[in-house]
Design a protein around this ligand. Structure first.
Ligand code: B12
Length: 372
């Protein structure tokens, strides 16, 4: 919203208050628990920057010591860089590492060449994975981070490699275009358009992808705040890189945010059969059948299944995207683990939890839940 030309200043100031209270508390408690906070911290800094809020006025505590947000972000990214030197992969993921670099860069803070080198190297070696496939979201975030370094003329270890990485990222994003205009899938297209615009593509080159985004938005696909925040800038033909020169002067206040009610499917009384197959890491499979009201989400279906079957239990963790499936029948795969419960239907990874089809499968690097 802050990157748009049109504003609803009251709503935006209310959101800013929530960020400075609830979100800041969430970051502080994650930090207190010694858990990685890189991505959230970067998102928070970028949100403050979007509101031209004084970054030095906000601090976080480590022990007794209170330090500005940027100092914490610099420390987090250094920790992540050191972790990567040792483990050859980030403790969080390359998406968050890119977010960290981007947040430092748009805030005018110099990013060390050792930090940027790790991202450039990962881009050149195809390390941006989401499960087993290439992550268009990560390509996009890394593209924006590296483009920012280029525009800020930040010294890097090897300028030629930076240019090669940018060209490779851009080409991969362009190649990810589907016949319906999406880049990657419905949830990566916004970031991918942002990245292409940031990396110098013309708006006309992105028309079909922007149209696809518009039609998804009209169909109500983006009901999650995280998804909306990634897509809105693209719909406004902006990217997170615009934060670098953001000035909050003479802002228009004409945006009317009346609630729009999207048509919902009337499916009262109609029930559908859902098959759930849980495949654990050792290959052990359990199958379940359940009848659920048509149109309910995957989460609602799993909740109903848990209520009806004593031998099916699941757990979830909160995330900015909503509930992350973290355990099934005692087998844990948390957000911070190198394993996760993979959600699939008809053998294909799900992008969202619709209940027309649903498999949960679990193996060493990924466990799977399949739904039919
Ligand atoms: C990294 C990542 C993962 C990692 C997360 C763990 C890790 N150690 O890094 C792994 C590979 C495990 C993963 C798994 C999945 N992911 Co994912 N993931 C991402 C990615 C690229 C970055 C997330 C991130 O770090 N954000 C920054 C931090 C600051 O925000 P955060 O909220 O704290 O991040 C956490 C959550 O995002 C959570 N998470 C990751 N994926 C998903 C998916 C869902 C549905 C939920 C609720 C939470 C969640 O893990 C993050 C790390 O803790 C995003 C891309 C994007 N555009 O956001 C996709 C993304 C969020 N994932 C997506 C999907 C579809 C999945 C899967 C459902 C794929 C599948 N078919 O199994 C599974 C989730 C299954 C489950 N158990 O619930 C979609 C979500 C779309 C939607 N409708 O909500 C995205 C947008 C990618 C896309 N374009 O399709 N993911």
């Amino acid at each position: 919203m802050r990157l748009s030309n049109q504003h609803n200043l009251l709503k935006e100031s209310q959101y800013l208050i929530q960020l400075n209270t609830r979100f800041l508390e969430d970051i502080q408690s994650t930090l207190n628990n010694g858990k990685p906070v890189l991505g959230r911290l970067a998102l928070y800094i970028m949100a403050l920057k979007a509101s031209c809020h004084d970054l030095n006025s906000v601090t976080l505590l480590t022990g007794e010591k209170s330090e500005p947000l940027i100092t914490h972000l610099k420390k987090q990214i250094e920790l992540e860089k050191d972790y990567m030197a040792f483990s050859h992969r980030p403790q969080t993921n390359y998406y968050q590492y890119s977010l960290g670099i981007l947040a430092l860069c748009v805030s005018g803070v110099r990013v060390s060449s050792h930090v940027s080198h790790k991202l450039i190297h990962a881009a050149l070696h195809g390390h941006f994975k989401h499960g087993e496939s290439e992550s268009v979201d990560t390509l996009a975030m890394a593209g924006m981070a590296l483009q920012c370094l280029k525009e800020a003329e930040t010294p890097v270890k090897n300028t030629e490699e930076l240019d090669k990485a940018l060209a490779s990222i851009k080409q991969k994003i362009v190649d990810s275009q589907r016949d319906d205009g999406h880049l990657g899938n419905e949830f990566s297209t916004g970031l991918a358009v942002q990245a292409l615009l940031a990396m110098g593509s013309n708006v006309e080159d992105c028309t079909t992808s922007i149209k696809a985004l518009c039609s998804d938005a009209r169909r109500g696909i983006y009901h999650n705040a995280m998804a909306i925040s990634q897509n809105l800038p693209a719909l406004q033909q902006r990217s997170y890189l615009h934060l670098r020169n953001k000035e909050c002067l003479n802002e228009d206040d004409s945006l009317d945010l009346d609630a729009v009610f999207l048509p919902t499917l009337s499916s009262v009384g109609v029930k559908v059969k859902v098959g759930v197959e849980v495949v654990k890491a050792d290959g052990k499979t359990s199958s379940y059948q359940i009848r659920v009201p048509s149109g309910v989400s995957l989460l609602e279906s799993l909740t109903l299944l848990q209520e009806q079957q004593t031998d099916f239990k699941f757990e979830k963790e909160d995330s900015l995207w909503g509930p992350f499936l973290s355990a099934i029948n005692g087998e844990h795969a948390r957000q911070t683990d190198r394993r996760y419960w993979h959600l699939a239907s008809d053998g294909k990874g799900l992008n969202q939890g619709k209940t027309h089809t649903l498999t949960v499968l679990s193996h060493n690097l990924c466990r799977k839940l399949s739904l039919t």
